[in-house]
Design a protein around this ligand. Structure first.
Ligand SMILES: C[S@@+](CC[C@H](N)C(=O)[O-])C[C@H]1O[C@@H](n2cnc3c(N)ncnc32)[C@H](O)[C@@H]1O
Length: 239
């Protein structure tokens, strides 16, 4: 198999996205401004901690785990490292990455957009963004910051970054919106979501089996963030 064929994953469409249509404007800036107020607004993270524990404890110690959209690194990157894993985090917000490096100095963090993780993508096999393969991936409340048409590509990119049978812990907010601006801690961020049946379908179509599911009604500690239903899907990459 030639190198080119080897990396054909059915999601070459990501390459065809007009780069300008991947509009991140304002998203990274908003999270730079939000900084550690994010953790203050979301102090009760029982659902996320539980989902992180599933990932941390199901994977054998010493696994390579990616935290996509790692934010401040708390609780997830810290939790994964403390369970004995090698943790790599990526985020588009330099401010969040600084907090993550301070909070979890033992992990490695990169300023990388999820779109650039795709092996065989713009950077090519073995390129600087080919950070995988990983045994596990945590993607808590990151894919909801992408426009809906991009989410299946992003999931497929995570599929490709995982080893066969690798685990994905996914956290989303249940909603039926696409790239919709919401007020968020004094900023405006654009968010997308699915109702749970559709979310399951999108995740399965990207090549994952859903092994467990959990939902939490969540009222953030700040009135500047609307209440939400959080969905956690524990997934396994089909071989
Ligand atoms: C809502 S926060 C969640 C942070 C963390 N995962 C948690 O649950 O505590 C989303 C994070 O994803 C980052 N992010 C947004 N779009 C991204 C993208 N395209 N690629 C990588 N990170 C992104 C944001 O900068 C932010 O830090």
């Amino acid at each position: 198999m030639s190198g080119e064929e080897e990396y054909r994953d059915g999601y070459e469409g990501y390459e065809d996205f007009d780069r300008l249509a991947l509009d991140r404007s304002g998203q990274a800036d908003a999270f730079d401004t939000i900084g550690d107020r994010y953790d203050d607004a979301f102090p009760h993270k029982e659902g996320q901690v539980e989902a992180g524990r599933w990932l941390a404890e199901t994977l054998p110690p010493g696994s390579r785990v990616l935290d996509v959209g790692c934010g401040t690194g708390l609780p997830t990157a810290r939790q994964l490292f403390d369970a004995g894993h090698e943790v790599v985090g990526i985020d588009i917000s330099p401010g969040m990455l600084k907090l993550a490096r301070d909070n979890v100095p033992e992990a490695t963090f990169h300023h990388v957009d999820i779109v650039d993780l795709r092996v065989g993508g713009r950077y090519g096999p073995g390129g600087p963004r080919a950070l995988g393969p990983f045994d596990g991936i945590a993607a808590f409340f990151t894919l909801l910051l992408l426009p809906r048409p991009e989410i299946p590509y992003a999931l497929r990119t995570l599929y490709t970054a995982l080893r066969p049978e690798g685990l994905l812990g996914l956290g989303m907010v249940e909603s039926d919106i696409d790239d919709f601006p919401i007020p968020f801690l004094g900023n405006s961020v654009r968010v997308s979501g699915y109702l749970r049946d559709e979310l399951r379908q999108v995740v399965r179509d990207a090549g994952f089996e859903i092994t467990e599911e959990d939902s939490h009604a969540y009222a953030p500690a700040s009135t500047d963030v609307p209440p939400e239903i959080q969905l956690y899907l524990n997934c396994r990459r089909r071989a």
